[in-house]
Design a protein around this ligand. Structure first.
Ligand code: GRF
Length: 194
């Protein structure tokens, strides 16, 4: 059975791109049905298009409810099984989440519950703590919150600058998201069979 996913981004889309490449390399039975962004200028939209993936822009100008109605439409039109947030900088409402319980995943560049929010890497860096990491979790109605699927620690070394540390975080993200997504898909498939 092929699992159908949609991916939401807001910017560069490197996590989206990494997932697409892992699927292709492994010939995994996962269909990336669309990549959508709340920003028409998101570089990741062009990356997706160049790989032949349908793209869409979701407008938040008329408010969150209207935007989520557009996301819902994409969900239904493409009949997706899972929605993957990859650097999507908008909060998904409780209403939307409750319609799709356990079907929305997110990645965060810190060891949740530490350093939630839009500046997870900078906030860790300023804290002076010696290690942070990456979290993949199921989305609930709170920001950067919900059952954790996988975490991987990333240590800060004495020679790190915020730039080199950030590069380490992204390198881990690009492996971890696919590992977590793949194992979650397997879990859902097993549940469906039993
Ligand atoms: C990633 O660090 C992700 O964890 C965070 O936003 C960043 C998005 O990067 N939520 P990209 O757009 O996937 O390159």
């Amino acid at each position: 059975m092929t699992v159908r996913i949609g991916i939401l981004i807001s910017g560069r889309g490197s996590n989206m791109d990494a997932i697409v490449e892992h699927i292709r390399e492994e010939n995994a039975p996962v269909d990336v049905c669309f990549v959508a962004s709340d920003k028409a200028s998101a570089a990741g939209l062009e990356t997706a298009r160049s790989k032949g993936i349908p793209t869409a822009t979701v407008s938040y100008k008329q408010g969150r409810a209207a935007a989520e109605a557009e996301i819902e439409k994409l969900w239904q039109e493409h009949k997706i099984d899972l929605l993957v947030l990859a650097g999507f900088m908008r909060l998904i409402t409780g209403d939307f989440v409750s319609r799709h319980e356990g079907r929305i995943l997110n990645i965060h560049p810190a060891m949740l519950p530490k350093f939630p929010g839009a500046h997870g890497i900078e906030d860790f860096w300023k804290s002076g703590e010696s290690s942070s990491g990456v979290t993949v979790h199921i989305v609930d109605a709170e920001m950067d919150h919900g059952p954790i699927l996988m975490q991987q620690e990333v240590a800060r070394t004495p020679d790190d600058t915020i730039e080199t540390f950030e590069a380490k975080i992204h390198a881990v993200e690009h492996q971890l998201y696919w590992r977590a997504l793949k194992s979650y898909i397997q879990k859902l498939a097993q549940e469906a069979q039993s």
